[in-house]
Every structure is written in C-alpha cells, then in structure tokens.
Design a binder for this molecule. Structure first.
Ligand code: PMP
Length: 451
C-alpha cells in the first residue's frame, strides 16, 4: 500500500473537513500509517513532525505508551454504556479529578463528545438557568470579535471568524459583539495590559446596556486560537469576571483549545485567578486520543435545575456517547501524566526554547509580530511590515508555508498567514530548533513569491 493507492481511494469516497476538495487536484493528501511521539509517518515512509498537535489535541505524543496501556485495560472491562440512569468508574473518577484541578467553586461536570457540543451545552445551560430563575427576558449572548467556538449552529453564532460564519449568517441567532482586546492592534509603545484594559470599556458598555437581556459573555481566555492565535492580557479576564458578577451575567470560558497547560498554567483562567460560571474543555482532555468534552459549572447553577420532575426544570440535553468510558480512561491517563511528570515546569523551559528559536523572525521584513503565550507561539506574515498590511488572502501565502514545510518533513498548518507552533509537550529543544529552521525556510519561500 502506497500513499498513491490510498489517496486515490480516499478521493473517490471521502469529503474532508475544512477543505476545498478541488485543492487536492494539486495538493497532496497524506495518508498516515503510524505515529510515535511528535512524529507522523506516511505510507511511503516519510516522517512529519506534528507541530500543531493534530489540530491542538495531542499533549503527550502519538501512541503514548501510558495512555495506550490504560485504553487496552479499559477495553477489556467496559467499552461504553449510556450515562443516563447508569454510570461507571472512569467518568466518576474523571469528574472528581477535573473538579479538583479546575478553578475553585466549579462543582459539577457535564459531558459531551466535541468542543462544539460543549459550547452548545454551556449556552443552553446559561439560558435555561435564567429561565428557571424566572428571568425569561435573558436570551442573548455577548461575544468578542474574532472569537471562535466551533462549527455547530449555536457555536458558530457566538463565534466571529467571518471565513467560517458569514455564509451561514441567515441561519444563526443574533449576538452582541464587542471589540476584542486582541493586542495585535495596540499602539506603538502601549503595553498589552494597558491595551486590554482600554478595550474593556466596550465590554463594560455592552454589559451595562444589555445585562437585562444577556445570559452570558463567552470568551476564549487569553488566546483567540482559530482567529489567528491573537492574544490578550489576563487583566481583561479579571475585569470581565468582576463586571459579569456585578451585572448578573454569566461568564463562559471556552478553554477547549487553551486548557491543559497550553498557556503555561493548567487553565488559562488561572492566569487571572478567576472562576467562570461555565468552563468548556475538550481537545487535550483525552491527550488527543478520543472525542470527549466537558462543561464544568457551579453548584448554584446546578441547583437551579434540581427540582421535582413535574416542574420541568431538568436539563434534558444528551449525546449518545456522553462520558464514553474509553475516552474517560484516556483522560485519566492524561491527568496521571500531569501528576507524575513535571509537565508545567518542563513546558516553561520548552516555551523559552520556542521564544529563543524564533526571536530572529522579529526582524524579518514580512513578519509583523512574533507572539507567545506558554506553549503557543505565532508568527504573523504581512505584506507591509510598517503598515501591517496583510497579503491579499487570494495569494494563500500560508498555504505556501504549509506545502514547503511538508516537503521538509514538518506539519505546520498556518491560519491564513499566521504560522504557529502548538506542539505536543514531548517535543525536545532540538526539535524546536529544527521547527524554527523549517519555518524560516518556508517563510522565506512564501514571502518571495505567491503560489
Ligand atoms: N472552541 C474552541 C476555542 C476551539 O478552538 C474549537 C476547535 N478548534 C472548538 C471550540 C470546537 O471544538 P470541536 O472542533 O471539537 O467541535
């Protein structure tokens, strides 16, 4: 079996996610045969360093021996059982351990199978809480520009990345959108904290105006990932938590991408020592093994649903695979690794290596910014450095980086013209150095000529 055999069969049977399928008339599709650690290997024996953790899910490498062993063990005991009326040990243990790790006052875990589904749950629970509390006027959500929360219609509605949202606009609920504190737009000489604080006035105004009709504010804490790894300061979260409480509006923290150590702390909310009313987790929750997501919430919210059946206050939301035991075991094994290894401490060193290896790009004539928060590092390519004018999107410079990096044996998958590293935590300093060299060559090629 070769890459070519599989590509041919694939392209006559599949429809791939987030893909213009016609691109594959030119772009190679890469069938992966096996993977180990940071490496993916295709059917022709070529290896690729997975610098983006396979869409930000993988934490401790592919085919991690400890997670594999836990799954093998679970497989012989219980593969799945419904979670309504029934329960199992992995989901109970996982809930206890997540609550112990998460910001204080989060007291209940509700499960789903994708990040988008977790976001839908948080939105529905928030709305339903206010309704159960007699506040039927609260039906709206406040969002930030450039936020991303998933692709299902509710999650898409509270997101603001035009590329994914605009076409579906007629199908989506209306939201109240507030300018993002994205520090890319700070004035020269202005600190990120000062800019994020300054931008908070928009949120304060929106809360003041809409508190009576708003269920919740939803944010991606600190890093707007799909929106191009744009970053803001923790002070914004501090101000937001205080204001949400003051105005009686929930705070939903979507940590699906930034949770589990990506930002340098276990959760991004920890940088501001805040507790959201809803914490959405996904992606790295199972170490990148199986689809599982969770919404953690407070006892206060839980209690608003807890009543006699006939009051019809229950949260009657479900997914077939809610709390799947195999996925929970993968999550438990992932948490074991966090406990047994000094993961966050080691990540601090890796993050410094990432900074050192990429500092040189600051001076590149087509790099507007190199920014970093913990294990997320982004390099933004622009046409004009001084004016920060982007390249016309039709030139697809990011795609040129993708293709060139693949030739060099690295999986980078830029978001537009933003190249980023979000590697598994088992990457070595040498591999980080290699990644930076590959990115450097790819940027050189992509900024010299359009595709
Ligand atoms: N929220 C955020 C912040 C995300 O980055 C993503 C996925 N990229 C989602 C939600 C949606 O998760 P999923 O793709 O698992 O539905």
């Amino acid at each position: 079996m070769t890459n070519e055999d599989l590509t041919r069969r694939d392209l006559s049977a599949l429809w791939h996610p987030c893909t213009q399928m016609k691109d594959h008339e030119q772009l190679p599709l890469i069938p992966i045969k096996r993977a180990q650690g940071v490496w993916l290997e295709d059917f022709d024996g070529k290896r690729y360093l997975d610098a983006i953790s396979s869409w930000w899910v993988n934490l401790f490498g592919h085919c991690n021996p400890r997670i594999n062993a836990a799954l093998r063990d679970q497989l012989d005991q219980l593969e799945h059982v419904l979670l309504a009326g029934f329960t199992h040990e992995p989901v109970i243990q996982l809930s206890e351990r997540l609550l112990a790790l998460a910001p204080q006052r989060l007291a209940r875990c509700f499960y789903a199978d994708s990040g988008s589904a977790a976001v839908e749950i948080a939105l529905k629970m928030s709305y339903h809480y206010w309704r159960n509390a007699g506040q039927t006027n609260k039906t709206k959500f406040i969002t930030l520009t450039n936020n991303y929360h998933g692709e299902t219609l509710g999650a898409l509605a509270v997101g603001n990345v035009a590329l994914y949202k605009e076409i579906y606009a007629p199908l989506l609920m209306q939201t109240i959108s507030v300018p993002s504190p994205d520090c890319f737009y700070r004035e020269t000489g202005e600190s990120c904290a000062a800019y994020s604080t300054r931008l908070f006035t928009h949120m304060e105004q929106a809360l003041k105006k809409h508190a009576h009709e708003a269920c919740a504010v939803i944010v991606e804490p600190l890093v707007q990932c799909a929106g191009g790894m744009r970053m803001y300061d923790p002070v914004y979260l501090t101000l937001l938590r205080e204001a949400c409480t003051r105005y009686g509006v929930h705070l939903i923290a979507d940590e699906i991408a930034v949770g589990f150590g990506r930002t340098g702390k276990m959760f991004a909310c920890d940088h501001a020592a805040i507790t959201p009313d809803f914490l959405c987790l996904g992606k790295g929750l199972t170490g990148g093994y199986l689809p599982l997501s969770a919404v953690l919430t407070t006892n206060e919210i839980y209690q608003a649903f807890y009543d006699d059946y006939a009051t019809l206050k229950a949260f009657l939301h479900s997914h077939s695979y809610t709390g799947n035991p195999l996925a929970c075991r993968a999550a438990l094994a992932t948490l074991d690794i966090f406990e047994q290894d000094k993961v966050l401490e080691n990540n601090r060193k890796l993050a410094m290596h990432m900074a050192d290896a990429t500092a040189r790009f600051e001076d590149h004539p087509h790099v507007a910014e190199v920014r970093q928060r913990g294990m997320i590092l982004a390099i933004e390519m622009v046409k004009d450095k001084a004016a920060r004018t982007p390249y016309p999107w039709q030139e697809r410079r990011g795609l040129a980086v993708y293709c060139n990096a693949l030739e060099q044996g690295v999986l980078l998958r830029p978001l537009g013209d933003v190249i980023y590293f979000m590697p598994p935590y088992v990457i070595t300093p040498e591999q980080i150095g290699h990644l930076a060299d590959v990115a450097g060559k790819a940027i050189h090629v992509a900024t010299r000529e359009a595709l």
